[in-house]
Write a protein that binds this ligand. Structure first.
Ligand SMILES: Cc1ncc(COP(=O)(O)O)c(C=O)c1O
Length: 459
């Protein structure tokens, strides 16, 4: 009998959360239920998702920034289908695959000349692990610096560069020699780098958790310090890469060129796991330093043909469809609209971002009534007000968004970069309505926060 995937999906659709609870992650299933995110999406196209009734949802979460060119882009789908039909000789392992060579060549064209060698990975965290290993081998130094609020992935090495205790607790001991410094504090970085025992300084030009922006001047100073003291400068552009910040890569805002650039997420249009680490020939040769060591760092699926084909097709879409320019224009429009709302609604303390990577920070209101609600919610748990607003966006407006990290009162927007003026208008209108309701105390948003807190405490 043939395997009928569609029949299987049709017969089991709707069991999604139950299957998750029974077989995968019961706590996650519980969270989805609790916050009303237990929807069943059956289709995705561009910046939209569709449920079983074919209702349309605007996706402002973008699969955590993988769907930059939009979901199921026809050009990328076509390339994958073509490859499949050609019965490719994939994962031979003892060969030099054409497609990985071509994708490496293309990535080099898009990045600074000094980054002339590419290592392919399957994920962001694998890229960061690669960067740590490469830097240590090159410098033979033990320490790695990272910034407050950073997120670089959850495997052991990357987790060691993470400041969020909720991720770290219970997984000790993490990698020794990893040291946190405050973002945008040149003196703090200098104090560590001057010891000349730091292999790598790893940072995100715009941080995913909280959307905190590294100042251009800070990055330039850090570049100079790393060069002076022999430290490998690593930019983690897993999230900021591929048009997210209104430039192809966020490093272009400052003009700073790192020694290692870590990429992943959007490179394959959200269709196949992929990642790439670009570095200098001298760092690469320091790792793969003999015939014996020619695969001293590698992974089985690293140059998989489907990932490579998706990458080539995705970069073609970037070139053809003005994706980066759209990110810049829509980002500016969204940011302007949000700033206007911030002027009218006291719960917004700051709006910040670059391109279509935007954080809306909530803060203590000044009016007496709202202050009471805010104090109460924050006493129960920080981040609940933002979470309640995100819930309302989905429940009342069919807009998918997210809170920017544990314990942060920041709503984060990282939609597919193909959103248009009407999507921006739709989001701003919906958010204005959510804000209006949040500025009424008592009111549904504040009731949400209490209910959420009760469930979390009961856990
Ligand atoms: C900046 C950054 N680095 C690394 C990672 C880890 O990537 P992955 O989840 O593919 O391991 C992420 C994921 O969100 C990220 O945002």
């Amino acid at each position: 009998m043939s395997f009928d995937l569609q029949a299987l999906i049709n017969s089991r659709n709707g069991e999604n959360v139950a299957l998750q609870r029974e077989n995968i992650n019961p706590q996650f299933a519980r969270v989805l239920r609790l916050i009303g995110f237990d929807k069943v999406y059956v289709r995705g196209l561009g910046q939209y998702l569709y449920d079983e009734e074919d209702s349309e949802y605007l996706d402002m979460l973008g699969g955590y920034a993988v769907h930059n060119v939009g979901r199921n882009h026809p050009v990328v789908i076509r390339a994958l289908k073509d490859l499949m039909d050609s019965q490719p000789a994939t994962l031979v392992q003892m060969d030099a695959p054409l497609l990985s060579g071509l994708l490496a060549e293309r990535l080099k064209e898009l990045t600074p000349q000094t980054l002339d060698t590419v290592y392919f990975t399957n994920s962001g965290t694998e890229g960061v692990e690669t960067a740590i290993k490469f830097a240590r081998k090159k410098t033979r130094r033990p320490r790695v610096l990272f910034c407050d609020h950073s997120f670089h992935g959850l495997s052991n090495g990357s987790l060691s560069l993470n400041t969020d205790e909720s991720y770290r607790t219970g997984f000790d001991p993490l990698l020794p020699g990893c040291e946190k410094v405050a973002l945008n504090d040149t003196a703090a970085a200098a104090a560590e780098l001057e010891r000349e025992d730091v292999a790598a300084f790893v940072l995100e030009p715009v941080q995913g958790k909280g959307v905190f922006i590294a100042r251009d001047e800070y990055l330039r100073e850090v570049r100079e310090l790393c060069s002076r003291h022999g430290t490998v400068l690593v930019f983690d552009e897993v999230q900021t890469g591929f048009g997210r910040t209104g430039r192809m890569f966020a490093m272009e805002h400052s003009g700073v060129e790192p020694d290692i650039l870590v990429l992943s997420k959007a490179l394959s249009a959200g269709l196949v796991p992929v990642g790439a680490v670009l570095t200098t020939r001298s760092i690469y040769d320091g790792v793969f330093d003999s015939l014996d060591n020619c695969v001293v760092h590698s992974s089985t699926f690293g140059q998989g043909a489907y990932a490579m084909a998706a990458g080539l097709a995705t970069l073609h879409v970037f070139e053809e469809e003005g994706i980066v320019e759209n990110s810049r224009r829509m980002g500016a429009l969204l940011l302007d609209g949000l700033k206007e709302l911030a002027g009218r609604f006291e719960l917004i303390s700051e709006v910040r971002g670059r391109g279509l990577m935007i954080g809306i920070e909530l803060g203590k209101p000044s009016s007496l009534k709202l202050k009471m609600g805010w104090k109460l919610a924050n006493k129960l748990q920080k981040g609940l007000v933002a979470q309640a607003m995100v819930m309302s966006l989905l429940a009342d407006h069919r807009i998918l968004a997210q809170v920017a990290g544990h314990g942060l009162e920041v709503i984060k927007l990282i939609p597919p970069l193909v959103i248009d003026e009407s999507d921006v208008g739709r989001f701003l209108g919906a958010f204005e309505e959510v804000l209006e309701r949040s500025h009424r105390f008592p009111g549904p948003i504040w009731e949400f926060t209490t209910r959420l807190a009760k469930h979390t405490i009961r856990r």
